[in-house]
Design a binder for this molecule. Structure first.
Ligand code: PMP
Length: 285
């Protein structure tokens, strides 16, 4: 059976699910999206994802033509129609079909798209051995130009960084902000551990406020770990005892090498392992 894709209230077979080539989502990256997980048929942190989607839309003057409750129901219905228990959900809201000019007021109506599928996580091996990443030269978007807090369809900033990482043989890459501080990776937030204390860049560093990031902050605090959202530099990364990344797709993944320097002993550390275990307990019971 072909996977069904929701577009504006209708479920289409995957190959029949289409939007116009005049859609400003395609022409200009004008739109917003969310990546969400389902575990055992339950949508993980759905309210948080919907709030972020609405905030992103508001920031770009895009009105989502549904209520949060209706979109939540549509997400659950699409998952069920596809018989997906453990999966990945992509919600996309485009500006809609317009003219070839920029003017969003000439777009007819936003397209609300829900794709539910299975996720290709990093290979299991990376969760045991840890990831090697590099710092790339692509600077994270200046928050005063296009805030990284807006999860927009224009991901070129991240894609350029990803390409740089891939060229160097790394599947994830660390991006600095315009001040030279650590911001985040191309699709994941970053955490450091030193002296038993957890730190991660604050919103003001120009990051996407990750839902997984917040889950991990809460789990760490519950475990009695001191967590700080503070500006960090590459130096802090290099001298960290442990490092890990968080994201909806990646979940919690250890980092053992940055810019050819081993982090701690060059193997996933005990606090990272503990938080991975706690995260698994929250998502898989
Ligand atoms: N930063 C960026 C740039 C991302 O694209 C993502 C993944 N959506 C994240 C961080 C992690 O956010 P979340 O935990 O909400 O998936």
């Amino acid at each position: 059976m072909a996977l069904k894709v929701f577009i504006n209230g209708t479920l289409f077979d995957k190959d029949e699910a289409r939007v116009s080539v005049y859609d400003h989502g395609l022409l200009y990256g004008d739109g917003v999206f969310e990546g969400i997980r389902s575990y055992g048929g339950e949508v993980f942190r759905l309210d948080e994802h919907l709030d972020r989607l609405w905030d992103s839309a508001k920031a770009i003057w895009l009105t989502i033509p549904m209520t949060k409750a209706d979109l939540a129901q549509a997400i659950r219905d699409t998952l069920r129609a596809n018989g997906i228990q453990d999966g990945y959900i992509r919600v996309v809201v485009t500006r809609g079909a317009g003219t070839l000019g920029l003017d969003p007021n000439r777009c007819s109506h936003p397209q609300v798209i829900i794709i539910t599928d299975h996720i290709a996580l990093y290979p299991d091996e990376l969760y045991e051995k840890g990831l090697e990443i590099i710092t790339v030269s692509t600077v994270r978007n200046h928050p005063a130009a296009l805030s990284p807090r807006v999860k927009s369809l224009n991901y070129l900033n991240n894609i350029l960084a990803k390409i740089e990482g891939l060229q160097a043989g790394c599947i994830e890459a660390l991006m600095l902000n315009h001040k030279g501080e650590v911001a985040e990776c191309t699709g994941d937030n970053i955490f450091l551990i030193r002296g038993g204390r957890l730190s991660t860049p604050p919103n003001e560093a120009g990051i996407l406020e990750g839902i997984t990031r917040q889950v991990v902050i809460d789990l760490a605090r519950e475990a009695g770990i001191d967590v700080r959202e503070v500006p960090l530099t590459k130096h802090d990364v290099y001298i960290a005892d442990e490092c890990f990344l968080t994201g909806t797709a990646a979940e919690v993944v250890p980092v053992v090498k940055v810019d050819s320097r081993a982090i701690g002993p060059g193997a996933p550390g005990p606090i990272t392992r503990d938080l991975m275990k706690r995260f698994k307990a929250v998502t898989r019971g």
